[in-house]
Design a protein around this ligand. Sequence first.
Ligand SMILES: NC(=O)C1=CN([C@@H]2O[C@H](COP(=O)(O)OP(=O)(O)OC[C@H]3O[C@@H](n4cnc5c(N)ncnc54)[C@H](O)[C@@H]3O)[C@@H](O)[C@H]2O)[C@@H](O)CC1
Ligand SMILES: [K+]
Length: 551
Amino acid sequence: MGWTEVLTTAEMRALETAAMASGAVMGLELMERAGTAVAGAIRLRWPKAGRVTVLCGPGNNGGDGYVVARQLAQAGWRVRVLGMDNTPGPDAAAMKRRWAEMGGIEPLTAAALGSDLSDLVVDAIFGTGMTRPLDREMALVSRWMGGWTPARAVTPPPIVAVDAVSGLCLDSGAWLGGERGDPGGNLPRAALTVTFHAPKVGHLLELGPVLGGELVVADIGLKTTSFRDAEGQIWSERTLAVMDPPRHLQQDRGQPLLGKRAGSHKFDHGHALIVAGTAGQGGAARLSARAALRVGAGLVTLAPPADAMAEHSGPPDALMRRAVDDAAALSRLLGDDRLRAVCLGPGCGTERAAALLEPLLASRRPAVLDADALTALAGHPAIFEGLHGGCVLTPHMGEFRRLFPDLAARLDTPRPRSPAQESAQTVALQTWRQALADMRGPLYSRLDAAREAAARSGAVVLLKGPDTVIAAPDGQARIHSAFDVPWLATAGAGDVLAGIIAGLLARGLPPLEAVATGAFLHAAAARRFGPGLIADDLPEQLPGVFRDLGL
Ligand SMILES: NC(=O)C1=CN([C@@H]2O[C@H](COP(=O)(O)OP(=O)(O)OC[C@H]3O[C@@H](n4cnc5c(N)ncnc54)[C@H](O)[C@@H]3O)[C@@H](O)[C@H]2O)[C@@H](O)CC1
Ligand SMILES: [K+]
């Protein structure tokens, strides 16, 4: 499967609870499997047994650590364990006792680590239970893992994180207690993170991919536990991420999703209208139009005002042109229902965008609203009210901030857990709904923000970034993390993305699928070109991307 389910920490806890409640598995068994998976991943990558230091926290993450210690010792590693006194969970305490029969446990302090000479460090301090910033001592331990000691900077040994680098919020990918978006000095960077059952949201957003290194998702036998609530409903607020991109594009219930059928007509692939702006601003819309053509829309029409038409006379010749001067002209044009999708915003000018938004929204046509259209929406609440489920908003963080200032502000400020939420964690969870309503991550995430924005606007929202987040009004979401293509951050790349999505909407993809597929194709085009990319190169890479996908 190309799309992988991604869980919040609350969903993971609820899944574990459901599995145990069904009698399918016991907590101790899960912990043994989790620790075994980590030890196995280590032995695969470091086949020669060496010296390892395992840092064990107070909860089940620490419990996993004691299992890792035991298994590596049995495999011939020289194991040093540093742990905490307080291990209240019965499973973790049991694993700690089993390790204590084999070796010692030193107190987990930065001073104890100062002289450590191991080849590898296993970070099993905190995992999905991480709810607040590290205390002073653990912050020092964390800085040691990041290569800092009071005396000097050292090169730390490779770090293997159990579930996450301790300190990372697995719901948001932010560093708990740190400045949002700032990787800061001396944050530990793992060579390998082994997580269980499914990736967590925080592995894919913000600092998650930066600090986590290679991500291995280990099966611990929870796959048969269905993702349903107590009433038997499949939970609909699903988050999926592209982990294994190519395959999901090929088949959709047996039909080729992007391939074209032999004998089809150009109108079978839809007609996209790309609105352009006044003279001097046309490049952006032309990039969008070229992308819509390359992604396979049957017809693409560029619509500048009449006095800017001359500027748009150049290639590609496949592009049609039609002057649209005002709202009335757009209304008339949209009377042709073969025009299946519209792109409004790139190089459009805010005033023109505001004027054209009204007839566009009234037509209920699928539409990508980008750039100047987003600025226009932010300035006209009455127009914003007209957004509908066929609309796609593609803001970068600055535009998102203008459209949803309160949501952006919540992303800036760490939201502490309320005492009620903290205690809810200790209560046995009975239903998915209860679990998910009671518990949210300690930090508000980009996923939370995109979901709320989608629910509020009634449109599909794509929040741009190297960790692109996409949310639909019904709560479904997609994450497209593409930290490997930093050269995609180039002028005009957003215009191309808007055009790709418009082209896919014209081809009849439902909005959420058009947006998720568009984000994937956009990154794949950039990846295929490599460094040195300019936005003009992106549409030209799409045929190669399609060939690579076997379409
Ligand atoms: N949920 C599951 O299905 C499974 C969980 N397992 C492991 O269990 C872990 C989660 O275990 P826990 O829920 O016990 O949580 P953790 O082991 O992540 O954290 C332990 C406890 O530390 C406390 N804490 C949080 N932030 C702190 C801070 N800054 N300073 C001091 N204390 C802090 C919390 O009260 C938390 O319960 C996962 O990350 C994973 O490693 C695995 O054993 C396998 C299955
Ligand atoms: K950890």
